[in-house]
Each structure stands twice: as C-alpha cells, then as structure tokens.
Design a protein. Structure first.
Length: 236
C-alpha cells in the first residue's frame, strides 16, 4: 500500500467526507448572514486549499498560507494562490477577512501571536473567522496525531479575541451531536481500536444528513456546547 501524508489523505476525503462538507456549509452560511463573503481573504493554515475553492469562493481575491510544503503543492494544483510560509513570517497586503480554520489548536501555533497578526493584516473594519475544537474533554488519540495543544471554550476564546482589538459579531458552538459521538469514541472506543477506520458510503450519508439538520438548528439557536467553536469578529 502507498504511504500517504496527512494532507494527501485530507485531499482524498475533504470534498465528500461528511465532516468537511458540513463544516464548509456552516461557515459559508455565517459569512452570508453577515454579508462578509466579499473582497479579499487570507486563510492561514489553508492546507490543501479546498476551503478557498468552496467557503471563500465569492471573494474576489483569495490567498492561502501554509507552512507544509506538501499542502502548498496540492493546493497549487487547484490553481490557487498559496504561499509557503509560517503565520508570523507572512507579509502581504491588508485584506477584508482573515481565517483560521482548525489552526489555532496546533502546538506550533502561538494563539496571541496569530491574533495580533490577523489584526495587523486586516483592513479597518475587516473580520476574523475562527473555527476550532472545543473542550479539553474531547482530547483523544487523534489529538496526538494532529499535534493538538489545546481546545477552546467559547467565553475564553471570545475574551482573548477581544483583547487583541476585535468586536465579537458571532460566537457559537457547533456539533452538539458530534460532541457525544466524539466523547464516546475518544474515551471508550479508541481503547479497543488500533486505528481509525475509513467511513462507509452509507455512514457518510447518515452523518451528513444529521449535520445538515444540526447546521439548521445551530444557525437559529445558540447551542449550549458542541465539538467545535465558530467565531466571527470585526477589527475595531
């Protein structure tokens, strides 16, 4: 069997896997609700670039930044403007939106430094979009695989973002059902499974349907908790 990097695996799955699809749909709905899907965007930690193709498709200027050379290579095959750089080292023109989608959790990322960088990179009134894991309780075997250093709580992350010169426009939990599924898997099932199994076509359809209903619910009510946090804030 061929040996795949993490980014090669994501590149295979992210277009159809239920989690990626549901996340993209929810993020796009938030941007649309705030009329924020316009102008220019930088996605730090862009990975293989599919968010630039989908979530940020309506932006006139799209830039990706990633430190992993394989991720940059894959993203560029999509015809995207993706730069090989660490967050702190990136230099470019000011934009309307800066995005960190499952990036701030990483042990090599300094959250305060990333937030300062975002503030400096934004035009006056520009926005920051954050999506990341919630609650340390959900740490598990996969957390070690992806080199996770932290998960967040909505109130604490909101306060940290405010301290760097942002006004919170929307902050909510995402993945209420997923919270319980992850808790079951990471605290019980992972003890008996050697590795993660590929998801079947039928299971993928089931979870995608479940998350479509949850996206509808989460867009209308503030969930008390969830597997992830979504935050949109404006530079003041």
């Amino acid at each position: 069997m061929p040996s795949y990097s993490e980014h090669d695996r994501y590149n295979e799955y992210e277009q159809t896997h239920w989690w990626f699809v549901a996340r993209r749909n929810f993020l796009a709905s938030i941007l649309a609700r705030h009329n924020a899907a316009t102008g220019s965007v930088i996605e730090f930690g862009t990975g293989t670039g599919y968010n630039l193709v989908s979530v940020f498709s309506k932006f006139s200027e799209r830039t990706g930044v990633d430190i992993n050379p394989r991720a940059v290579e894959i993203a560029r095959t999509r015809g995207l403007n993706v730069i090989h750089s660490a967050i702190a080292d990136y230099e470019g023109p000011a934009v309307d939106l800066v995005a960190f989608l499952d990036v701030l959790y990483h042990k090599k990322v300094d959250v305060d430094q990333a937030l300062r960088k975002a503030h400096n990179q934004l035009k006056p009134g520009g926005r920051i979009l954050i999506f990341d894991g919630a609650f340390d309780l959900l740490e598990g075997r996969q957390s070690e695989t992806v080199e996770s250093a932290r998960r967040f709580k909505k109130g604490a992350l909101s306060e940290q973002v405010r301290s760097h010169g942002f006004e919170i426009e929307e902050a909510r939990y995402w993945g209420l059902a997923l919270f319980f599924l992850m808790l079951l898997k990471r605290k019980i099932l992972d003890r008996f499974q050697k590795a993660d199994d590929d998801i079947s076509f039928f299971a993928n359809g089931f979870f995608l349907t479940l998350m479509k209903w949850e996206n509808w619910l989460a867009s209308r009510w503030s969930l008390p908790f969830g597997a992830s946090i979504v935050l949109l804030a404006r530079r003041t």
